[in-house]
Design a protein around this ligand. Sequence first.
Ligand code: FES
Length: 346
Amino acid sequence: MFSFFCAKPANKLTVNGGRHIATCEPEETLLSAALRCDIAISHSCRVGSCASCKCKLIKGEVKELTDSAYVLSQEELEQGYILACQSVPKSDVEIDVILGEVTAQLAVKECSGVITAQQKLTHDITHLTISLNESMNYTSGQYAELRIPALSSAFRAYSFAAPSGGNQVEFFIREVSGGELSPLVHSRNLLITPVEMHGPFGDFYLRESDAPIVCVAGGSGLAPIKALLQQALKEGVTRDVVFYFGARTQQDLYCTDTILALAKQWQGRFTYIPVLSQEPDDSPWSGQRGLVTDALSQGLTGAEHAYLCGPPNMIDAAIEVLKTHCVQSANIHFDKFISKADLVAA
Ligand code: FES
């Protein structure tokens, strides 16, 4: 019998010039189809927030489940990059997959532990220290996915806030309004609470070079920047560093003593510049005011290698400034922090 409700056809997925072929069932994402057919596309969050699964669309059309503009740069979007976990094919599709350099080197593992310290750093950022049952090796700048079963069944991605070393790991967790996990982390006493973790993930880490480093962080984006600079200090890196931290008011500043101590021990020049965008005019603050990206534009030569971490709008603006000052795209590394709640609200 004729039916108006014909089943949608499956679409063919061609990966890396035909080296791998998969079939996408109707409404199946590129990532799901690839993994089902044993094509190992790097991935992590599966909800469009980490960019681990980014790939370049060579041919065909996809429907995007969430707006990838939050985690991809404008340049990547213009070049045709999409998120495999958020793209459902509307036709046969060909993609080139970008494999994460570090993700490929360090095996992802699952482990468990307990929270051994909990400290409020600001009105909305909590510092958690976790003692794991076994050590986890990672490169400073990377992140792990964390679950606290007593609070939620959800895994959430957080950057390591200190260099890799033994069984202890640290995270800075920003309270996200409407979030499933972070408001509870902020409000409950979690000492000795069990956690589950898997990782490491991500390709945000300090690349080897002699070039001067410029870092821009906002909010809890300070965590991976601090970790990678602390790691670099341990390794005797002597490159000049300018570190901009963008915050609204003085009450959003944290880890200042730690960063100033780092600057003191650093073997090259190290300048730390906190920039406040909403500090009251009549406050005694004598540091920089305005947008962190405006401050950034004042001292660039174009020779810098940039490391950016924080909210997507801050990162997009910083990338624009860097490019305007001739910093090459290949030397701009970033990690956009976007929460599941942000994605839902978008
Ligand atoms: S796995 Fe696709 S964005 Fe995280």
